[in-house]
Every structure is written in C-alpha cells, then in structure tokens.
Ligand binder design. Structure first.
Ligand SMILES: [Zn+2]
Length: 402
C-alpha cells in the first residue's frame, strides 16, 4: 500500500522521465519552466528535482530573475556539470572513449585503433587503460564518476552486460564484457552495455518528436539496423534482437551470404559493397561518367544519393534500386509495427525528397497501405556525435531507474 499522497512507483517513474526529458535541452531551469512544458504539478516537480539532486543528476545554481511583480526569485537548477560518464564506442576503425559531464559537455576523448583483427582481451585492456587515463588526467573523483556505457555491434544483453553474439566472428559468443571490464579496472563501476544502433536511437530518448509515439529508426553504415521505439525507448524483449531488421530477407534467391549466415538480407542487398559491384559491372564509358567526381573515399552510396536527379541516368537508376529495397523493408515494418514516424540516420540521411517519395510509392503498392501518410524524417548528425548523446541519455535514464 502506498502512503497517502505518495505516487505509485510506475507513475513516479513516468513523471521523472517526462521531467528529465523536458529539461534535457535547457541550460538552466526552474520548477515553473518544467511546469510550463509538462502537465505535471509544481509539487511533483519539486519532489522529483529533490530526488534528481540526491542522485547527482541536477544541482541548484543561482537564483533566477525576479518576477515582474517583484516576487521572490525562484530557485534555478542545472544538469550537474561535475558528474561524469564515459562512452566507449566504435568510430571509423577506432574505438573512442569519451568523458562527458551530465550537462552534455565533452570533457576529454582518448582513442585506440580498432582493427578487426584485435583480440577481445586486448580490446578490454585498451578500453580499461583509456578509462583510467581519462579519470586520472581530468582529476575526476570517485564520487563524481557515474559509470560507463559500452557500445558494440552484434546482439547484446544489456541487463547482464553480455555480448551474446559478437559482431566480430573471431571473438566468439557470450562475452561477459561488463564483468571483464570491471575486473580489468579493479573497480565495481556501473557499466551499461548496449548495441550501437540502440545507442544511436537512444539519442532520441528525450526528443519531443518521439514522445509517446511508436517510431522506427533506421541507421545505415556498414550494416543497417532498424530499431523500433515506443515512447522514446527500445522495449525490453526476450532475445534482444530489436534493431536487427537489416537481416530481414528481401530476396531469397540472392547468392551472397550475410554476416548473420542467411542469404538475401536487406543490408546486403544495398550494402556499399553491392552497389560498388553494380557500378563495376557497367560499361566503362558509363562507369567513368558516373564516377567522374568521386573521390574514392566517401561511401559510394552517399555520392550517388547526392547525384540523384542531376541528369546522370545510372545514378538515378542505382538510387531507385536502393529506394526500392528501403520501400520494401519499410512496408514490412509498417505491417508488423505500424510506426507513426520513421527516422533516418547515417548514409540515407543524405537522400533527397525524390528518393523518399520513391520509398513511399513502393510502400503504397500494397493496397492496404495505398493511402497512408508516411512521415519520414532525417537526422544527419555524425555517428560519433549520436553515440555520445545516446550514451549520455542512456546513463541518465539508468540512474533514474536504479
Ligand atoms: Zn543477415
């Protein structure tokens, strides 16, 4: 039984999340600022802020401006600039370890090369060394440090901190990464492990566009993930495979074997490798014309997406090929999950309106979906930025849930 006037735990948690969301983009805030942005009572907000202070999420700053009526100045709060978390995330062949403060500032970053032939124990050793150096160099006290968010590819069990199926085949499966990292550090830090694409979608956790909605987030880079969010969060599921829709089969007759062991996976059909192969198969003259402005470094799909609609027939044809598969994938997502909104991160955030209109028309070939609105939005921040923001959001949420 609850004390009289006390809120049940789940309502309290829901309010806490809404309050955290409403203040996440503010430099400083008062109880009234939050009350203006939410429908939560001032008393509930005041109590929540007290809890946030106990947990070290927010601190009091100076007093605000006096009101026009000359009343007492309200107390101002800020996200705690003296509490820290470290995000460990892959980025372009490297692993980046970033020390961040709760108010969203990047304090320091160290990285180590992450070639695909690095053994798992060495990865843990390198990560631990970076963490120790970051804490030491920046004179972070034990009580100021909250913990670590460890992002990796593959299937990850966030509760146990286990890489169930590693994205690096040589590493094997069922790696107890959180435990191994704690052992290596000799400290009992809070360590959260999460899949890269879920951390990317985690950056949307406090985004008002996704509040209360069902959202599908597609992230494309080497692989493709589509993560399904409810109210900004990835629901806990039995097998932790939410996000792995890059492995939906869209062509059972395709010959290439995917990293997952199957054939015809969505991410294989429009991978950079596949598109390069299609370009290489063109007659030399057309290929040269198509690639005449290509620097050889950019993801060739981004190059094509930027060229769509500019008069090169092959660029248009290859973009249409990619939009067809994305349309088929999204159609499946709609039939299974019926999201209100698609968010596009990574490679295809470079695509034009024309590209997504093609995606829409592929979806609408299905008569059940012929007249639906399909809200597609692009989020074009760089991967490393998304991972840092996502990691911080995940850390803040897990403090609330403790
Ligand atoms: Zn696959």
């Amino acid at each position: 039984m609850n004390r009289i006037g006390a809120l049940p735990k789940d309502i309290k948690q829901k309010n806490d999340m809404e309050i955290l969301r409403s203040l996440a983009d503010l430099e400083s805030f008062t109880v009234q600022d939050i009350a203006n942005r939410t429908k939560i009572s001032r008393l509930t907000i005041t109590r929540a802020l007290e809890r946030f202070m106990e947990k070290g999420i927010v601190v009091q700053s100076g007093k605000g401006n006096s009101t026009s009526l000359g009343g007492k100045k309200p107390q101002e709060y800020i996200l705690n600039p003296n509490r820290y978390a470290i995000s460990i995330a892959p980025s372009k062949g490297k692993t980046q370890c970033t020390l961040m403060s709760f108010d969203g500032n990047e304090i320091d970053m160290k990285e180590f090369p992450f070639p695909s032939n690095m053994a798992y124990p060495q990865f843990i050793k390198n990560a631990a060394a970076c963490i120790r150096d970051l804490l030491k160099d920046n004179k972070i006290k034990e009580e100021e440090f909250y913990g670590i968010v460890l992002c990796s590819g593959g299937i990850i069990d966030p509760k146990e901190g286990v890489f169930t199926v590693s994205s690096i085949p040589e590493w094997g499966n069922d790696l107890h990464a959180a435990e191994d990292l704690r052992k290596e550090l000799g400290k009992d830090y809070h360590i959260e492990s999460e899949n890269v694409s879920k951390v990317c979608s985690g950056m949307l956790r406090f985004n008002n566009d996704v509040l209360g909605k069902r959202v599908a987030v597609m992230y494309a880079d080497y692989g493709i993930s589509i993560t399904l969010l409810e109210d900004g969060k990835t629901p806990d599921t039995v097998n932790n495979v939410n996000g792995e829709l890059g492995h939906m089969c869209l062509d059972p007759n395709d010959e290439e074997i995917c990293v997952c062991g199957s054939k015809g996976c969505f991410e294989v059909l429009i991978s950079q490798k596949r598109i390069r192969k299609m370009i290489d198969a063109l007659p030399a003259k057309e290929r040269d014309l198509l690639l005449k402005d290509y620097d050889g470094k950019e993801d060739v799909r981004i190059y094509l997406l930027k060229k769509q609609g500019e008069g090169n027939a092959q660029a248009d044809r290859l973009c249409e090929y990619m939009s067809r598969y994305i349309g088929l994938a999204f159609r499946n997502v709609i039939l299974a999950f019926d999201p209100e909104l698609f968010v596009i991160q990574g490679v295809f955030s470079y695509a034009s309106k024309q590209f997504f209109d093609q995606v829409r028309s592929v979806i609408r070939e299905n008569k059940y979906l012929a007249n639906i609105d399909i809200d597609i939005r692009k989020e074009s921040r760089e991967l490393s930025q998304m991972l840092k923001k996502g990691s911080m959001n995940i850390a803040l949420c897990s403090i609330l849930e403790e």
